[in-house]
Write a protein of this length. Structure first.
Length: 496
């Protein structure tokens, strides 16, 4: 009779493997944790960002040594910013918007986790490299040449590409881009209709997508938003969030029926949105507030802030000393407001949500428009100065105002005859667009597609100019000269 061995071959193999694994585990315990830290996520990875994107986040697999990460994080080209931390998550907030039309590379190598120094190891993070880019530099304008007269034109400065967005049978009168740049809201009349009060509201696609995973709709797709059957559509504004449109309308059959209406900018399941009357006192110029929940209206002897709802008879706020709101800062904490004095001068004030009312300048002419720099404490304004009281001749000029010090820096004096100038500040704050309209001198010129300014003056042609911008404190700002763009058009605007 044979006896079986105490351990079978399979048992011996299993025991050997357990001994080897136990030995390896022991060695790992003696050596400490040797797993290198790594980047788990980067919120801007392969993304396209805009001026509204002010910070990115990086999440790590392990708690990190903060100083080593901050010392070793590299962005090319550089973007100034500040760090903040919450556990394994680091947030980098930009001090100024990233310049448009730029490709960026983010690199992190050589950073250590929090326990490396305590354990006296040279363990560093797995090298990480990623890319992101900003939106292209894109401008919009109304064509004033024979080829595109009265049409809405988009030009991509980064790619040097031109797109005509609106058809020839419409003459565009005004427009405002949606915040994502994928559509434009515009008012237009029929090409064979010279009635400036016959405008209807439309949207048109730009052929641009701001999302890397979503293809863009083809450019030039037109949708009618608001017709002119019963009411004339005058001025309009688009809310900063792109969801609401406010329109100044007048009843065709009842001139006393005049006021503000609001409609959804997005519609409902493809149906045309239904306008609603804003029940309030009649008003003049208006502007939707940065939170998209109210509208600032010149009303009576002051400026009223009205809620965007049917019953707006009770203003949220009323500022009797100011007659007009020229601009809001992006966060809504500041506004540039105009005071009309009894001596016919006009004063520009900085008004804050803390109750501060700081005078900035006074002029004998007009305060045409102002825009806040998206990051720096600077206000850019288009003004006029009265040079001849007898003939009431105004000299237009551009000025930059430092809101902290009140310092004014004249940027450019424009020709006296250039009265209907409009300006637009780029979303990254690095460029200023303005036009140079040449009025029609021949009253007998054909008027089949006659272009007109907001004052009703016929336009013969118009040039567009681009002026680079530097901080006010930079002494080189006085040497900057605008560049004439190779386009014939007016009413220039930057795409967000």
């Amino acid at each position: 009779m044979t006896t079986k061995p105490f351990l079978q071959p399979l048992d011996r193999v299993a025991i050997a493997l357990m001994l080897i694994l136990s030995l390896l585990i022991g060695l790992l315990i003696l050596q400490g944790d040797v797993v290198a830290s790594r980047v788990r996520s980067f919120t801007w990875e392969n993304q396209q960002i805009g001026a509204e994107d002010t910070s990115f986040a990086v999440t790590f697999s392990r708690p990190m040594d903060i100083k080593s990460v901050e010392d070793n994080l590299k962005i090319e080209p550089p973007l100034a910013g500040k760090f903040s931390w919450a556990g394994r998550r680091m947030v980098y907030t930009l001090l100024t918007p990233a310049p448009y039309g730029t490709n960026y590379k983010l690199q992190l190598q050589g950073a250590k986790d929090r326990f490396a120094e305590k354990e006296k190891t040279n363990r560093v993070i797995q090298p990480f490299t990623s890319q992101f880019r900003t939106r292209d530099r894109v401008i919009l304008y109304i064509g004033a040449d024979q080829e595109n007269q009265g049409q809405l034109v988009l030009y991509n400065l980064s790619l040097e590409q031109k797109k005509v967005l609106s058809p020839k049978d419409l003459v565009v009168m005004d427009f405002k881009p949606f915040p994502n740049g994928e559509k434009i809201l515009f008012s237009a009349r029929a090409a064979n209709n010279q009635d400036l009060l016959s405008a209807q509201l439309y949207t048109v696609t730009t052929g641009i997508s701001t999302k890397s995973d979503t293809p863009a709709e083809p450019a030039g797709k037109i949708d009618l938003i608001l017709d002119n059957k019963d009411y004339q559509n005058l001025k309009f504004d688009l809310s900063p969030n792109g969801e609401t449109i406010v329109i100044q309308r007048g009843n065709r059959n009842n001139p006393s029926d005049f006021g503000l209406w609001f409609i959804s900018a997005t519609g409902n399941s493809g149906q045309r949105p239904v306008p609603q009357r804003l029940q309030s006192q009649p008003g003049g110029d208006f502007m939707i507030t940065p939170d998209s929940k109210a509208v600032a209206v010149a009303q009576g002897q002051g400026a009223a802030i009205l809620p965007l709802q049917k019953d707006a008879s009770k203003p949220l706020d009323f500022l009797p000393q100011f007659g007009l709101v020229q601009a809001f800062s992006k966060d809504g904490s500041q506004a540039a407001m105009v005071k009309f004095n009894t001596d016919f001068t006009k004063e520009l004030f900085l008004v804050t949500n803390q109750g501060v009312q700081k005078p900035l300048l006074k002029t004998t002419g007009s305060i045409l428009s102002c825009q806040f720099d998206p990051a720096l404490p600077t206000l850019y304004c288009l003004l006029t100065q009265l040079v001849s009281q007898e003939q009431y001749i105004e000299q237009p000029y551009l000025v930059a105002i430092d809101l902290k010090t009140g310092q004014q820096k004249p940027l450019l004096v424009l020709p006296i005859e250039q009265r209907n100038v409009q300006m637009s500040l780029s979303p990254d704050g690095l460029g200023l667009l303005f036009d140079q309209v040449v009025p029609q001198s021949n009253p007998n010129a054909p008027a089949t597609r006659e272009l007109k300014t907001d004052d009703g003056e016929a336009i013969a042609t118009s040039n567009l100019w681009l002026m680079p911008l530097l901080p006010i404190s930079d002494t080189a700002i006085s040497t900057i000269r605008p560049e004439k763009l190779p386009f014939i058009g007016f009413h220039p605007r930057w795409l967000p």
